[in-house]
Design a protein around this ligand. Structure first.
Ligand code: PDD
Length: 302
C-alpha cells in the first residue's frame, strides 16, 4: 500500500508546472526566501486571468492593470509583453483546451534582511501558476448568491491589486459566518464593491456601478459588462451607489474573473427583487456567455 507521502508526491507530480524567476518547475520545487518582502510585508501585486478553453481572457487588459499596480508601488514590470505571452502560453499548454485560472504575482524580492525602506536594485520575485478552473455554470447563474453589507475598513488604495489582502480575507470570512457568499462593502454610506468583486445595481431600469477611484479595484470583468451594456443599448451609468439605492435596488450583481457576472438574490437576509436573478441580469449573463463563446471559437481575440 502506498504511504501518504508517496500519494502526495504522485498527486503533486500530476499538477501543472509553475513559473518562478525564469524557470519552469513542478510546484513542489518552487522555493522563495523567507526574507522575501512579499512574505514579510505583503509587498507585491498580482493578477488573476481566466483562460477559457485554452484562450486567455482580456490578456492585454490584465497586463495593463499589472503595469498600473506596479507603477503605483514604484516597481517596473520585469517582463515585456512577448515574455509574458511565452510564459502564459507554455503554462496553459499543459492543460490543452481546459478552462483554467492563471495566478501571477510579483513581489519586490529580498535584500536578505527585514527593513521597511524600499530597496533599489534588487530582483523582484515573479511567480505564475495555472490551475484547472470551474466557472459558474447555467445552474449557478440561475441561482445567484446571498450577500451581506459590511463596513469597508480597507485602506485607501483599493485600486492597486496588492497581495496584501488581509482586510478582504476577514470581510469575506465575516460574510461566510453570516451564511453569505460575498460581502458588499459600504464606506461613508456608499457601496464601493464586493470583498472579492465589483458591484452593479439595477434601479428603475438603469444599470449602475460606482465610478473608478481609489476606493475600488478597476475590475476587468466590470469593464466588459459596461462594454456589453453599451453594445446592446442597455441604459447604464457610472455613479455613486448610496446605501439607500442599494437597499431599494431591483437587481444587484457582482462581477469578477472567477464569479463572472453573478446575481445577488438576497442582501442582509432580505430578497432582492423577487429573490431570483432579475430580467436585466438574465440578458447580461446571456451577452457575457456569448462573448465567452466567441472567444473560445477564436472569433474575437480577448
Ligand atoms: N479578485 N474587486 C476586488 C476587491 C477583487 O478582489 C476582484 C477580483 C475584483 C474583480 O476584478 P476582476 O474582474 O478583474 O477579476 C474587484 C480576484 C478574482 C481574486 O482576488 O482572486
Amino acid at each position: 500500500m502506498a504511504g501518504v507521502g508517496e500519494n502526495d508526491q504522485t498527486m503533486q507530480a500530476a499538477r501543472p508546472e509553475i513559473y518562478l524567476n525564469g524557470h519552469f518547475m513542478p510546484p513542489q520545487e518552487g522555493k522563495v526566501s523567507v526574507m522575501d518582502r512579499g512574505f514579510l510585508f505583503g509587498d507585491g501585486v498580482y493578477e488573476v486571468i481566466p483562460c477559457y478553453g485554452g484562450r486567455l481572457f482580456r490578456l492585454e487588459h490584465h497586463l495593463q492593470r499589472l503595469d498600473n499596480s506596479l507603477h503605483a508601488i514604484r516597481m517596473q514590470n520585469p517582463l515585456d509583453r512577448a515574455q509574458w505571452q511565452a510564459i502564459l502560453q507554455r503554462l496553459i499548454g499543459q492543460l490543452p483546451g481546459a478552462d483554467q485560472s492563471i495566478y501571477l504575482q510579483i513581489t519586490r524580492g529580498s535584500t536578505g534582511k527585514r527593513d521597511h525602506a524600499i530597496p533599489t536594485g534588487i530582483a523582484p520575485t515573479v511567480f505564475v501558476m495555472t490551475q484547472p478552473a470551474v466557472y459558474p455554470d447555467a445552474a449557478a447563474l440561475a441561482t445567484g448568491i446571498k450577500a451581506v453589507t459590511l463596513e469597508d475598513n480597507r485602506w485607501l488604495r483599493c485600486d492597486i491589486k496588492a497581495i496584501t489582502l488581509l482586510a478582504n480575507v476577514l470581510l469575506r470570512g465575516e460574510a461566510m459566518e453570516h451564511g453569505a457568499a460575498e460581502a458588499i462593502l459600504v464606506r461613508n454610506g456608499y457601496a464601493t464593491e464586493g470583498a472579492t468583486s465589483n458591484l452593479f445595481i439595477v434601479l428603475a431600469g438603469e444599470i449602475i456601478t460606482p465610478p473608478k477611484s481609489d476606493h475600488l479595484l478597476p475590475g476587468i470583468t466590470r469593464d466588459l459588462v459596461l462594454e456589453l451594456a453599451q453594445q446592446h443599448a442597455l441604459p447604464c451609468s457610472e455613479k455613486e451607489i448610496s446605501q439607500q439605492m442599494l437597499d431599494s435596488a431591483d437587481e444587484i450583481w457582482v462581477t469578477s474573473s472567477t464569479k463572472e457576472v453573478m446575481a445577488v438574490v438576497e442582501l442582509d437576509g432580505r430578497a432582492v427583487g423577487n429573490g431570483t436573478p432579475g430580467p436585466i441580469y438574465t440578458r447580461m449573463a446571456g451577452f457575457y456567455g456569448e462573448h465567452k463563446a466567441l472567444l473560445q471559437a477564436g472569433r474575437i481575440l480577448s
